[in-house]
Design a protein. Structure first.
Length: 235
């Protein structure tokens, strides 16, 4: 495998941007071994970048870092940029998920405005000679714990609140050298593997267009983020 192509900077993976470079330097992540480099970047994106809805799926990594929040696609872009800066090969795997798993995270009356099948992705990281799937970084621990508390009587498979997992109380979200998942059970279409998110969005576009995209950017996403914060605070 030629690892070089999985370490490249791109317009979306703008790992040469000062803010991303400064973060890695300040945290001294470059001094860690591969396992802990992945873990440090993963835990940062998972918990210090809160689960939330950005203006678009195809934001640059530095824009996601500046926002301080993101969802599967945008948090994944930031994670990829950090991993590549740390010398960890990674790539993009694109999917769609059923919008029904967003119920609860997205207010019910907004669900019909979303596509039936929403663009989704996870990051694949090359570690110890194999590719691993990283998806469990999407939800910050505070939000996940709030949903677990709210749904404490639920056992077995669970879908809702941006979660689709075989076990709500013990989802596979911790980095331990294996794949991690939090929405895997909601996947509908598999678009395959791409070297970069830039290639994927060039081919498949983003989730919304036209007037829906405009309304989402200026109004609806703020309602959605308000709802996520309400869940965190209430539970």
């Amino acid at each position: 495998m030629k690892k070089e192509k999985y370490l490249l900077s791109t317009p979306m993976l703008d790992l040469k941007t000062e803010s991303i470079q400064a973060l890695v330097k300040e945290r001294n992540w470059g001094q860690l071994n591969s396992f802990n480099k992945i873990g440090a970047a993963y835990d940062f994106v998972r918990n210090e970048i809160k689960f939330g809805y950005n203006a678009s799926d195809d934001l640059k990594a530095s824009d996601v870092l500046e926002d301080g929040y993101g969802q599967c696609n945008t948090k994944g872009t930031l994670l990829m940029a950090l991993l590549r800066l740390l010398g960890i090969p990674c790539r993009f795997h694109g999917f769609t998920i059923d919008n029904q798993l967003q119920k609860g995270a997205i207010l019910g009356y907004l669900i019909p405005l979303a596509p039936k099948f929403i663009l989704h992705s996870w990051v694949e990281v090359y570690y110890e000679g194999k590719w691993l799937d990283l998806e469990g970084f999407i939800l910050d621990q505070a939000y996940l714990a709030a949903v677990q508390k709210k749904e404490s009587n639920r056992e077995g498979p669970f879908q809702g609140y941006a979660i689709a997992t075989t076990c709500l109380m013990k989802p596979e979200v911790q980095w331990n050298g294996n794949s991690t998942y939090i929405q895997k059970e909601g996947i509908h279409d598999d678009f395959g593997i791409f070297d970069t998110p830039d290639e994927f969005y060039l081919k498949h576009g983003t989730n919304l267009s036209g007037i829906k995209r405009l309304l989402y950017r200026v109004f609806f996403r703020h309602l959605m983020n308000w709802n996520l914060n309400r869940i965190r605070e209430r539970y």
